[in-house]
Each structure stands twice: as C-alpha cells, then as structure tokens.
Design a protein around this ligand. Structure first.
Ligand code: COA
Length: 664
C-alpha cells in the first residue's frame, strides 16, 4: 500500500480504519458505525496502521473513534461464525508491544473489547463524555482479550473486580480518579492526545501488561466477590470473572491471558451467553414492525397523564426524564396536589441515590403541571390514561378527552386487562387510540407493551413506539386479546402452577424450582409481595360471569377470606417475620384438605418436572399468541417475559428455552 506522509492527507488502512499524519503523530481513527465494533475489517485495519507506524516519520500514534463511541466492543454478530485472523488478542498484543507510543483518545463509550484496546495502549486521555466498562458478564461472558489481566494492573484487583464482575461502565471522571486513565481532555481531544504523546516523548513507554498488580486485602476482595456471586443467581460468568481477576495477581501475564481466553471461548459457546446475546439483539429488534417503517412518528412536546396513582406518577416521572412537558390530571385539586407530591418524591429518590442531580430534578419538575381541570389537556399531543382499570371509568374519560384534545392528539390507555378496541370504539376518532401498557413501577421497568387496536392509524403506532423509545423503554407490539402478550403467558403458567399444587406440589416447591432456575422470586412469593386483595376484588367482580363448569382454583380466595393478604399483612402464601419469609404449615394443611375435598390424589413432584411444566405452559401459550397474530415473533415474547415478568435473562426467555434448553 502506498502510504502518504503528508500532514493532513487521510489514508485508508481498511474500509473502517483510516489514518492521518499530524506533524509526527499518526492519528488512527476507527469509523465502523453504528458502534465501532472491532469486526474483522477493523482488526485488519489496525494491524496495517501499526505496520505503517513502523516508518521513521511516525513518532507516536493517537487512536480514536468517530461518533459517540470509541469502540463498542467485539462484534457480537461474529460470534458463532468461523474465526477470521487477526483475532482481537493478536491486535491487542501488537498494540501493547508497539515500539511507537500509542495514546488512546477515548471519545465516547469504550466497552468490552474497546476498553481492552485502550488498556493495551500506553496512555489514555478521555473526553468528558467517555464511559468505560467491561460489560461482558451481562452477555454471559468474561473479557476475552486481556481485560481481566490488564485492568487489575492499572486500577488494582478490587477496582477491577467491581468493574468486571459488576459489568457496569464508569464515567470519565471516575476512570481518571481510579487510575484507569491518565487525563481528562478539556477541549480538542485528539489535539490534546497528540500533545500528551509529545510530552511523554522522552519517557519510557509504560506497557500495562508489565505492571505488577498492587497489593490488596484478600478479605476485601472476598467480601466483594461474595456479593457478586450472590447476585449472579446461577449465572456462571460472574464467578469466572472473579476467578480470573484473582489469577492476575498470582500468575504472569501470558499464563493469565491464556486462561482468560480459554474461559472466554468456553462461555461464548455455552447456552447462557447465547441466551443473553439473544435477548440483547431481541430487545433492539423489538417494536419495529415492517409495515409501519414508512410512517414518520408525530412530534410530541406535551404529554398528558390522566390519573396520578402509582402507575400514573411513574409514567409522569419517566416522561419528564425524557424531556417532555407533562400535564398530570386527577379528579380533584387535592388528588392532583397529592400527585405532584408523589412525583416529586419519586424524582427526589433519584436525587438521593445519586442518579440525578438536584438541578436536573428542579428542571424536570419545572416542566410538570398538575391539574383537576380536564380542559387543561387541550395542549397535549399525547394523553396516557392510567386511571382505575374499570371499563366504564375509562370509556367515560376517553369520551371526555375526545371532545377536548386536538383531533390528531394520540390517546393511549394503560389498561392491563380491558379491551382497548371497546374503549376506542366509544370515541369519535378510534384511529388515534392505542394501548401503552406500562409495568409497575413505570419509571423503572423497561418494558412497554404497545397495543395496536383494530383501527389504530400506523402513524399513531409509529408515534407511540418512538415515544416509548425516547423514554428509554423497550416497546413490544401486541395485538388485542385479554392480557396482551405478558399477562396471557403469565396466566397460562399460573394455571399450570395451580395444577401442580392440585397434583401434589406445594407453593414453596414451585418457588424454589423457579428461584433455582434464576427467577429472583417464585410465583407465590411475588403474589405475597404484590398483595392478594386486588386480584381477589377482580375475581369477585367477575364471579357472576364465570363459567360454573370451568375449573376454578379456590385456594387464593380462601387465603383472602382468612385475611392472608400477603407480605404487608404478615401472612399470605407464606408467613413473614421481620421481613423473612417462612413456610407456614397452615397453608400445607389448607392445600391437603382442598385436595381431599376435590378428589385430587397427591404425588411427589420434583423440581425438574415443576420447571419443565411451567416452561412448557409458557412456550405453548407463546406459540398460540404468534399463531393468533397477537405477538409478532418468538423473540418479542422472550423480551416481554424477561423485562416484564422476571424471567431470567440468562435462560433467554421461554421461547428460547424451549428451543435451546439450559446449561444448568
Ligand atoms: N456488536 C455488534 N453489534 C452491536 C454491538 C456489538 N458489540 N453493540 C451494539 N450493536 C448494534 C446493536 O445491535 C444495534 O443494531 P441495530 O441498530 O441494527 O438494532 C446498534 O449497534 C446500536 O446499538 P444500541 O445499543 O441500540 O445503541 P446505543 O447507542 O443505545 O448503545 C452501546 C451503544 C455500545 C452502549 C450498546 O450498544 C452496548 O452496550 N453494546 C454492547 C457492548 C458490549 O457488551 N460489548 C462487549 C461485547 S463482548
């Protein structure tokens, strides 16, 4: 290749890596949208750049990226395909051993393989917008190109453990503070990086791999490791990460790198990582139905939220955080004032936990208006209803709003169980009605089911999807049916759990099987946490219309009749003492009596059978939803269950699990 040494003339090292001489510094830029992943072409380009830098006219190299990422990581789409040389570890080895000093000018996110590249560089200067992390555990992996061995050499074993086993990126300022980077840039990052290289010209090159891991207190390391093991709930990657970070201070670099690579390859080919990668891509593919791709979302500035209960306030908080103005409506000035208080409290909690600055909180609250006057909704571009889940109440509200808002204002209902087509039909413009089913607490949970009603205008659907994304939520499109995607599947596996109880399992057996599988909490513990009274009230309302010949599981009603409303009442499916849940023999007796009364003969049911029956019930219902056209794809179903119902991400969701099984 012909190489220009003329200053300012760009040269292509590959189609995604280019270089340019600035004085005697070779500035190498990675330009591989969307996230500058280190795919084969980037790796080849970097090798060519290093070759070029061997020439005498190059004194130092500055390595940077375009856009808002430095390097977003290895190209996950290459996993599972035949390897293409050079590998990332080859490139990283060449970077670290380069005879010319390499300064990483980290312009944005340096994640996974991206941070590993930066670690192998000889110095690091960060844009204030940079974030640095080794998030591999969130994909069921460990870093595979030196992260577990080099990071402890820069920041110590404890800091490295926190970043690698936790998987959370850190901000630029923190990275400098802990020694992960040397400088924060004040202005032109690349120019400052080049100056930095000049300043260092006479100093020996500092190669991360040659540094020792500084001494640390083993007990502190073990305590932190124990916390991550507990959080892992059956995921293997965090435990492997802990082992590898510990190894960095025990063996030499080459031995550590070899063990890390072997572990990485084993995890990459295992089911847990495949499951987590599946969810990563499924989340990003969700909410993009092909038939609306040509429709532009409408622009929204003012969002109305009708109802300031827990759900309405959560929605208002998420909407304010996304930069919209919010009008929160309730029935009386007192109720509206309470709503403002609740919204302020939720925003205040974010300030307290350090997730939000108090200036940002004030700015957000400055965009909130609360009102008891429906006519104030006139200004809204979108109104989300989150009032009591009762058809008459919702129809009444929608009719009222219909007469107040502009004809192109989108009207969304947050109903979980009612038929949004019936609500839409009660309005003069059913084409602007849609379902936006948030999950509680709405300012935290990332899932939103976007329910496409029979007459919803495609532009309204496009608008609702864009809105949900702006809220940093994951929207999944669902058709109309009772319970949409999530609650339909929930209902199917709840029924299966009830059958298991009739056949001989106890609630604690079912919960243990689920928790062992990776759910944070089993079904019955979740009921207790949520409280049993709301569902009981609904069952009582529906009692008259229930088919008397259909099977009906009576135990929950009996629990409520006995005042066992769940955790807050101190007893439900379990007993609660000082927040500890314990099995109550009274429940076992109640179930035994019930079985005798109904003629069920109990048998022993093991946890494998329990879990496989629950999974089959979910997957069967999921397939039915696809066949009925309610859900678009099996991937959408997995996203709903993982983000909305606590299905363990490392098991990939019920449809993935049905197709691929489990590692454990
Ligand atoms: N390899 C391949 N594709 C990737 C990727 C990777 N490492 N990271 C992101 N992408 C793709 C996404 O699938 C998405 O594709 P799509 O537009 O076709 O759906 C696109 O890049 C944008 O990603 P998105 O996450 O929507 O953008 P963002 O700006 O919100 O976030 C990142 C950017 C880099 C922070 C985020 O994508 C991320 O966390 N990536 C994974 C990082 C990681 O775990 N690296 C270690 C890999 S071992």
């Amino acid at each position: 290749m012909e190489i220009s040494s003329e200053s300012g003339v760009p040269q292509e090292f590959s189609s995604t890596v280019r270089g340019e001489m600035r004085g005697s510094t070779l500035v190498v830029t990675i330009d591989n949208p969307p996230v500058n992943a280190t795919g084969a072409d980037v790796r080849a380009g970097l090798m060519t750049a290093l070759d070029r830098a061997k020439a005498d006219d190059v004194a130092a190299i500055v390595l940077t990226g375009t856009g808002k990422t430095f390097i977003g990581g290895a190209d996950i789409k290459e996993f599972g395909k035949p390897p293409v040389l050079p590998t990332l570890p080859d490139v990283i080895e060449a970077i670290e051993s380069s005879p010319k000093r390499i300064v990483a000018a980290v312009n944005g996110a340096a994640l996974g393989g991206g941070l590993e590249v930066a670690l192998a560089c000889h110095a690091r200067i960060l844009s204030p917008a940079a974030s640095l992390g080794l998030p591999e555990v969130t994909l069921g992996l460990v870093p595979g190109a030196g992260g577990t061995q080099r990071l402890p050499r820069l920041v110590g074993a404890i800091g490295a453990l926190d970043m690698i086993a936790g998987g959370k990126p850190i901000a630029a300022g923190k990275a400098v503070e802990i020694g992960l980077a040397e400088r924060l840039a004040g202005g032109d990052l690349v120019a400052e990086a080049a100056c930095y290289a000049d300043e260092l010209a006479n100093a020996p090159i500092r190669r991360t791999g040659t540094l020792p891991v500084s001494a640390f207190a083993p007990s502190e390391f073990e305590d932190l490791a124990a916390r991550y093991v507990k959080r892992a709930r059956g995921q293997t990657a965090p435990q492997e990460a802990i082992r590898l970070v510990a190894l960095a201070s025990k063996v030499d670099l080459q031995a550590g790198l070899a063990e890390e690579r072997t572990t990485f390859l084993r995890l990459r080919d295992g089911t847990q990582s495949k499951a987590l990668r599946h969810i990563f891509f499924a989340e990003r593919a969700a909410g993009k139905p092909a038939d609306i791709s040509s429709f532009e979302p409408r622009s929204l500035a003012v969002v109305g939220v009708a109802g300031t209960g827990l759900m309405g306030c959560g929605i208002a908080v998420a909407t304010l955080a996304a930069g919209y103005s919010v009008i929160a409506l309730d029935q009386s000035p007192e109720a509206a004032a309470k709503g403002r208080e609740r919204i302020s409290e939720l925003i205040g909690a974010a300030v307290k936990s350090g997730r939000l600055s108090s200036e940002a909180a004030d700015e957000q609250l400055g965009r909130l208006v609360v009102s008891a006057e429906p006519n104030d909704m006139k200004a809204a571009d979108l109104v989300i209803e989150a009032v009591f889940d009762e058809l008459d109440v919702k129809i009444d509200l929608f009719r009222k709003l219909d007469g107040i808002v502009r004809s192109d204002t989108v009207l969304a209902t947050n109903t979980s169980y009612l038929d949004p087509d019936v609500i839409a039909a009660a309005t003069a413009h059913p084409e602007r009605v849609i379902g936006l089913h948030f999950f509680s607490p709405a300012h935290i949970m990332r899932l939103v089911e976007v329910v496409r009603c029979q007459q919803t205008d495609p532009a309204v659907l496009a608008t609702a999807l864009a809105f949900a994304r702006k809220l940093r939520k994951v929207p999944v499109v669902a058709g109309v049916c009772e319970g949409f995607i999530g609650n339909r599947i929930f209902s199917a596996y709840r029924t299966e759990a009830e059958r298991l109880i009739e056949e001989g399992a106890l609630p604690q057996d079912i919960d243990l099987a689920m928790e062992d599988y990776g759910f944070a909490m089993g079904l019955f513990a979740v009921y207790d946490m949520a409280g049993l009274e709301i569902a009981w009230a609904r069952r009582k309302r529906q009692a008259a219309s229930r088919d008397p010949n259909a099977p009906y599981f009576e135990i929950p009603d009996r629990l409520c009749q006995a005042g066992r409303f769940g955790r807050r009442a101190g007893k439900g499916w379990y007993l609660y003492q000082n927040g500890e849940r314990t099995v109550d023999p009274e429940i076992d007796r109640m179930i035994a009596d019930y079985r005798i009364e109904k003629g069920f003969v109990a048998r022993a049911i093991g946890k494998d059978e329990i879990m496989s029956r629950l999974l089959q019930a979910m997957a069967r219902e999921g397939q039915a939803l696809i066949d009925e056209g309610i859900a678009g794809t099996a991937d959408d179903i997995d996203v709903v269950l993982v983000l909305g119902y606590g299905f363990p991400a490392h098991q990939g969701g019920p449809m993935f699990a049905a197709a691929h099984g489990s590692d454990r």
